[in-house]
Design a protein around this ligand. Sequence first.
Ligand SMILES: [Mg+2]
Length: 367
Amino acid sequence: MKLAGINVYNIDVPSVLQYKLASATVTHLQSTVVELITDSGLVGFGETCPAGPVYQPQHMLGARAALQEIGPSLIGLDPRNIGQLNRAMNAALNGSRYAKAAIDIAGWDIAGKAYNRRVCDLIGGATGDTIPTYYSVTTASPDEMAREARERQQEGYARVQLKIGGRDVEEDIETLHKVKEAIKPGLRVAADANRSLTSRDAMFLSHRCRDISMVIEQPCNTVEEIAAVRHQLCHPVYMDELAEDVNSVIRAVSGGLVDGFGLKLTRLGGISALQIARDICEARSLPHTCDDSWGGDIIAAACVHVGATVAPSRFEGSWIAAHYIGRHFDEQNPVRIQGGRIGVPTGPGLGVTPDRNQLGSPIMSFG
Ligand SMILES: [Mg+2]
């Protein structure tokens, strides 16, 4: 089987709810969808969708420029050999893992279809038919965030992530106490600063919330700041934005820098990289998520397939953007959240196929 062509598409993914975090408010994004076409007639889809130009160094136009650079060198390869596909991408372009992730995901989609297996079956096997997700409570008043956390617990969520930072730390401390009062025991809580706290405020917040069972996610902007405050905090620390690739995960784990991770599919480099990070976490008993910062059904499906292979005792869930996006790429088999859980797609490969009407004409083609 050889790769005969690649199409790159744009799909609008407007946010129907305000998604506000410390550094940005996500409104209208454009996702980049990749279609790999083989000489056997099988096609596979991948996707990359940075959450705007500010949240991370990755951005939409950067992904498309990288795909322009990489695309031609992949024609003729067997897309089922995903290791070779990744090496060819690395030989064509340094970095830009988030663009390469779209190709990697599409390669796994083709491999699954070629072998008539779901992606999760190829990377370790699913632990069940559904997996947990968690609800991200975006920045709002303390009372509103407490109400949202309580309602999501009633809806069936086992975990909430509260966006903190980007405002007076006193308001975040008040929020966390109000959430504690509003919820019943058993709901796991993560306070996610998205890199925004000073080490001073991270210490203030942690010490004044020391009676609250929670983890603090990505409190500060740099590895050095986290290392400086880590042992002065009362809470476990998770790394998210600074887990940029497999190597940064290895470095953080081997240095004992963190107690868990928010692992992001496209930032790390796709399904291949995410499963390596998953295995590193397994070796050190570190809890983690399997998600992405944004994206449509293709990214959601890829996150769920990897998430389905994580040992439940260590799995913090797969967050997907489905709540915020007013449409599904695949209306027949959408990746949906119900009662705090997501069904693992059942078809071969990723188990989702984007609607051709939504894809429109390619914005780029190779081969
Ligand atoms: Mg996070």
